[in-house]
Design a protein around this ligand. Structure first.
Ligand code: NDP
Ligand code: 2IT
Length: 447
């Protein structure tokens, strides 16, 4: 897509002001490319410089995280929290612990989060944080000491009405537990709503663990329903084997599809009979092992070390590992092999040329900020329960999530129609997400 001239100038300025942050540039470019028609309809957004303001985080914090490993050796990591936009509610977004983390990744994720959170219809602003800490191969005690040190800085800038972190890559129930324990100790308050993704015994919500994968699958089902189709009988490929991938697998099977391949950063498993959820949960959630060990339990399955999961022919692809994992070449291969729908469980998993390949081929394409919004939406439901000192049941919460995903799909679909790109949910998600935030920012004056 081409940017209108004024927006192009804003984008060039973002690149200049944020040197080297390539993932952030990529995320900004994709949103800005869609906004031309919005500025025509809402000229006051231009006058108030809403786009320029939305591209500049409200606050960014970078801090030292010192901790001691099991051998007593001192380790130093870097911690981040980018509080990007609070026009719609308290800052909200996950924490990522992965060695690749640097400011550019946290800013891309925080920027995406603004529009995603807007699409959920719930009162949450956008943020992201994390660290270059690598949880792989660390003992529970090491992870605990790291989380305690991380929170010893983070607690100053978060709070149930200020900023509410949650999980992302490398941060799940175990880490949220340690982070919550340290926050509670430092503040001397049981402030349940300060973190989401908590355990069910201390203020967590039913369905939060499942929410991103379930929600992404609901979104794909909605896209297919729009074409009088459905997941029933479809062959699905899901990259990754973490939180999002596991519950995508579960929901796809519940809706009658079959997940035939999954992966981790080392390789791919292919199980034509359908991947077994219990085995994967035991391996990944309990024992923290590698996906290759799946074949020890299912001898008929194949492990391809260093393989590319997008080479596996499928009807539906659900990238659920990390950014830029589906290239233009991968997208062409998927299209050639008959893929008809893509649901992005991960954040920005498809490169810009990959997105173009899917859109030009007429593949139904659910961009991450819409398709994976179920995770943060259920986090907002967790905040709602914490505020009301309530705990809803599984079915009730799942029904709310399902309805939210239908609404997100509707919003994207209607905005795409209204702004001249019917069926293009990238345009739809970016425009619908942006307009609500821009309106709130306009209402708040120059802040
Ligand atoms: P997990 O840490 O639970 O799992 C991540 C999975 O992706 C693992 O299988 C991991 O493999 C793989 N992976 C991670 N980084 C890379 C990499 N650089 N190259 C190859 N594979 C990689 O994370 P989640 O499932 O929570 O997150 C997955 C994606 O979903 C992320 O993009 C995240 O931002 C997004 N997301 C998560 C939400 C949530 O609620 N958790 C909500 C919305 C989006 P390995 O073990 O080998 O590293
Ligand atoms: O990318 C995301 O939306 C998440 N990692 C979930 C954020 C949240 O606050 O639940």
């Amino acid at each position: 897509m081409v940017m209108v001239e004024r927006v192009e100038a804003i984008y060039q300025d973002v690149v200049k002001r944020n040197p080297g942050e390539v993932e952030f540039h990529q995320a900004v470019k994709e949103v800005l490319e869609c906004l031309g028609p919005v500025l025509v309809k809402y000229p006051d957004f231009t006058e108030a410089k809403i786009i320029e303001r939305i591209c500049e985080p409200e606050r960014q914090t970078i801090f030292r995280v010192p901790w001691q490993d099991d051998r007593g050796e001192v380790q130093i990591n870097r911690g981040f929290r980018v509080q990007f936009n609070s026009a719609l509610g308290p800052y909200k977004g996950g924490l990522r612990f992965h060695p690749s983390v640097y400011l550019g990744i946290i800013k891309f994720l925080g920027f995406e989060q603004i529009f995603k959170n807007s699409l959920t219809g719930l009162p949450i602003g956008g943020a992201k944080g994390g660290s270059d800490f690598d949880p792989k191969g660390k003992s529970d005690n090491e992870v605990m000491r790291f989380c305690q040190s991380f929170m010893t800085e983070l607690w100053r800038i978060i709070g149930e009405h200020t900023d509410v972190p949650a999980g992302d890559i490398g941060v799940g129930g175990r880490e949220i537990g340690y982070l919550f324990g340290q926050y509670k100790r430092l503040t001397n308050k049981f402030e349940a709503g300060v973190l989401t993704g908590k355990g069910l015994v201390y203020g967590g919500s039913q369905v939060r663990t499942e929410a991103t994968g379930y929600g992404c699958t609901y979104f794909v089902e909605e896209m297919l329903k729009g074409k009088k189709n459905g997941l029933k009988g479809k062959k699905v490929v899901v990259s990754g084997s973490g939180n999002v991938a596991i519950y995508t697998l579960e929901k796809v099977h519940q809706l009658g599809g079959k997940v035939i391949a999954m992966s981790d950063s080392n390789g791919v498993i292919v199980d034509e009979r359908g991947c077994n959820i219990e085995t994967i949960q035991q391996l990944k959630e309990v024992e923290r092992r590698r996906i290759k060990d799946y074949c020890d339990y299912h001898r008929h399955a194949k492990y391809i070390h260093g393989g590319n999961i997008w080479d596996v022919p499928c009807d539906v692809a659900m990238p659920s590992a990390t950014q830029n994992e589906v290239t233009g070449k991968d997208a062409k291969k998927l299209v050639k092999n008959g893929c008809i729908a893509v649901g992005e469980g991960a954040n920005m998993p498809t490169t810009p040329d990959g997105v173009q390949v899917f859109l030009s081929a007429g593949v139904l394409f659910g961009p991450g900020k819409a398709a994976n919004a179920g995770g943060v939406a259920t986090s907002a439901l967790e905040m709602q329960q914490n505020a009301g000192r309530e705990a809803w049941g599984f079915e009730e919460t799942d029904a709310k999530l399902h309805q939210i995903m239908k609404n997100v799909y509707q919003l994207c679909s209607e905005a795409a129609d209204e702004f001249g790109s019917p069926g293009n949910f990238v345009v739809g998600a970016n425009i619908a997400g942006f307009i609500k935030v821009a309106r709130a920012m306009s209402a708040h004056g120059l802040v």
